[in-house]
Design a protein around this ligand. Structure first.
Ligand code: THG
Length: 695
């Protein structure tokens, strides 16, 4: 998407530079300001001299309005030290970022989404944040351009978007893990105004940084894409995460690879890490990341972990930091390098000298593939075996789950998700489509709760709904890269493409059902016709990456006694094979338990049908399926007589196949002593004439 659009001259210049040498980013702004020991009056300046609210000391973003020469001077020092790129001083220059200082709003007991709704719509906050960003971009632009002209070496300005003081992925209330103080949409609006103002102020790049909650970052990336689409000059995006613990996770629990999978959709110019742990602790994660990403890298560690005993507050001096980063450069890991908290122009100068003669990192070729994530990465490669997606967290597919959700028993319902993952589900399908349910609220609450259970949250989520607003609600809860289940051409091309575009922007993969304006595709010919048309539209008109497309050629119920249904399983298997041959990169999935609906109550028969169906579909290329995880019989262990009857039905091998399997099922039931007594009545329908059976 981004690649095909015109790029500015500075973008081209930076990309050229990145291929020539290691590029220098500046050091910290915050700790430089701190060293100046400015007082309350300095922060207020004339503009806020009569400010009645809380003290403004420490609100660094205010300085571009009240003491611009202070900020400009720090930029200049970094440029003189050798920085090629300087960051605007806008880390907290958003409505949400400023609310603690500047919001005179209502007294509330706890900060919640209603509170932040006021914050993001507050006129004063919005105006001030906008001006802060614009002014910061102008200041940095001026400093960079002056040095560029003076030295003849082009310098660049990165507009910084910080992480926000609140998170969309974690509950601040210990007793209410489903609670969130802020939502995706509020973050998106705050970031959108920031990105707009930074671009208006003339930045060359946008840097989404110090990411500790990937969902916050996804809101920023979503907002940036909106701003581009609205007509702003498209500039490259830099993304920088923060690993806050030594096991290599972000604050919201993602691994490095999970983080990359979650943000790759933004097609950033650079991906990297900053802040938090110092260079020593960051090193292993740098090493991991450089092998993963096909983008340029950018690393800017703190000058170590803050140390109150050290004279500067940080342990790493220019002389101790520079050789460590030079070592990273010699390993071939660096494209852009700089410093975060505690670094100074002296650090940047020392780093610049230390890496001067090192060659920049060569971009590895990473073959495109479906890369999903929850807290952990789930990247599906050629080596990945068949993928199980747990079906039970579905109000339409599990009476037990439905009852719990309808009774508001969300926490016990979580146990079902956990059971699916423990039984081997590598993703979970979550569906709240039920007439008696507020689907948006139920999806949101359930996904919030799964986030607080690492045993569940490690796997990606498939958001299953026939209602677009429920799908969007689900996407707004996922820090990982999930899957939308599903979209189709049912309501025409424009709607289909519009939804696909939004799914990209939220950073999800998509299940496309073989369904079009004429209805559900039920034959081989119709299935491949609709899938081919969907593929061409997605890849050619929505720039949707083929590897993020998962086709579902409709698993329909066989063994119904109706002749037109007899070839359904065969057609699914053939269509699967065709898709894998003709639609490169795309995957195939299906809801397996559908195939056996007509044998409800005969669990042994159903399980044998599922296993046999999967066995043949996987041979034809089926990549994944929605299944009752842990409830699949092993194909080789299906009793031979049952297997033959089941395959007769599935593969449509004889006209009396269904009749024979039904009889076998009844006999089996009598033999095992009828464990499903209440389902007797259900079975009686089989003796009725076809028309009534269909009813
Ligand atoms: N394709 C896609 N998504 C889907 C489907 C599909 N989502 C929903 C469904 N089909 C897949 N999920 C299920 C979940 C449960 C069952 C079938 C499909 C099922 N449930 C038992 C039943 O209804 O008999 C429940 C019995 C019980 O728990 O007591 O069979 O095709 N993209």
């Amino acid at each position: 998407m981004n690649a095909s659009l015109p790029t500015s001259t500075s973008t081209n210049a930076l990309e050229k530079l990145l291929r020539e040498r290691i590029v220098l980013l500046d050091g910290a702004m915050g700790t430089m300001v701190q060293q100046l020991r400015l007082n309350e009056a300095d922060f207020r300046g004339r503009r806020y001299a009569d400010w009645q609210g809380k003290p403004l000391k420490g609100n660094n973003e205010l300085l571009q309005l009240t003491r611009p020469e202070v900020i400009e001077s720090i930029h200049r020092q970094y440029l003189e030290a050798g920085a090629d790129i300087i960051e605007t001083s806008t880390f907290s220059a958003t409505t949400i970022g400023q609310h603690d200082f500047l919001f005179a709003g209502h007294v509330v007991n706890r900060k919640d989404q209603a509170f932040f709704e006021e914050v993001v719509t507050d006129g004063f906050l919005r105006e001030t944040a906008k001006e802060m960003n614009w002014a910061a971009a102008r200041l940095a632009r001026k400093a960079a351009d002056e040095i560029s002209n003076f030295t003849g070496r082009q310098r660049f300005v990165a507009g910084a978007l910080g992480p926000m003081p609140v998170t969309a992925s974690i509950s601040p209330e210990v007793n209410d893990p489903g609670f969130r103080s802020v939502n995706f949409d509020q973050l998106r609006r705050a970031y959108r105004e920031q990105a707009e103002a930074l671009l208006e102020g003339g930045v060359d790049l946008l840097l989404v940084e110090t990411i500790f909650d990937t969902l916050n970052a996804k809101a920023a990336l979503f907002a940036i894409e909106e701003v581009f689409e609205a007509g702003a000059q498209r500039v490259p995006i830099m993304i920088s995460g923060t690993i806050t613990d030594r096991s290599g996770r972000t604050l919201t629990g993602q691994t490095v690879e999970a983080f990359w999978n979650s943000v790759a959709h933004a097609r950033p110019l650079t991906l990297g890490l900053n802040c938090a742990l110092g260079p020593k602790e960051m090193r292993p994660f740098v090493e991991e990341l450089v092998g993963l990403v096909p983008t340029f890298t950018c690393f800017y560690p703190n000058a170590g972990l803050p140390d109150p005993l050290s004279p500067t507050g940080f342990p790493e001096t220019p002389d101790s930091l520079a050789p460590q980063l030079a070592d990273w450069a010699k390993q071939g890991w660096l494209n852009i390098v700089g410093g975060c908290c505690g670094t100074t122009p002296a650090h940047i100068k020392a780093i610049a000298e230390a890496v001067r003669d090192c060659t920049p990192r060569q971009l590895p070729t990473v073959p495109p593939t479906l890369r999903l994530s929850g807290m952990e990465a789930f990247s599906i490669t050629a080596q990945t075996n068949f993928v199980n997606i747990g079906e039970r967290t579905n109000v339409a597919g599990s009476p037990k789950f439905k009852k719990l959700i309808l009774d508001g028993q969300f926490e016990p319902a979580l146990a079902i998700a956990k059971q699916q993952v423990e039984a081997g589900a590598q993703a979970i399908d979550v569906c709240m489509d039920e007439a008696l349910l507020d689907g948006v609220a139920a999806m949101t609450r359930f996904l919030h709760l799964t986030t607080s259970e690492p045993d569940i949250a490690r796997v990606p989520v498939m958001v299953d709904s026939s209602k677009w607003e429920v799908i969007e609600a689900g996407l707004r809860c996922l820090q990982g890269k999930g899957i939308v289940n599903s979209i189709s051409l049912k309501e025409g091309e424009e709607k289909f493409l519009g939804q696909a575009k939004l799914i990209r922007r939220y950073g999800a993969a998509v299940v496309v059902m073989a369904f079009d304006e004429r209805g559900q595709a039920d034959t081989f010919e119709r299935k491949i016709e609709v899938c081919k048309r969907s593929y061409d539209l997605l890849t050619q008109r929505a720039a949707f990456p083929p590897e993020d497309i998962i086709f579902d050629p409709n698993v329909l119920t066989v063994g119904t006694g109706i002749e037109e249904h007899a070839n359904y399983a065969v057609d699914f298997i053939r269509a699967t094979h065709w898709i894998k041959q003709h639609l490169p990169g795309a995957r195939v999935s299906g809801g397996i338990s559908n195939v056996s609906f007509s044998f409800r109550g005969h669990n042994a028969v159903r399980e044998a049908m599922h296993s046999a169906f999967l066995f043949h579909a996987i041979q034809a290329g089926l990549d994944m399926a929605i299944v009752n995880a842990g409830m699949l019989a092993v194909y080789e262990e299906i009793p031979k007589d049952l297997l033959e009857l089941v395959e007769d039905v599935l593969l449509n091998r004889r006209p009396d196949a269904t009749e024979r399997l039904v009889k076998f099922g009844e006999r089996l039931k009598q033999k095992v002593g009828d464990p499903d007594a209440p389902e007797r009545a259900e079975q009686a329908w089989r003796s009725l004439p076809v028309e009534e059976r269909l009813q």
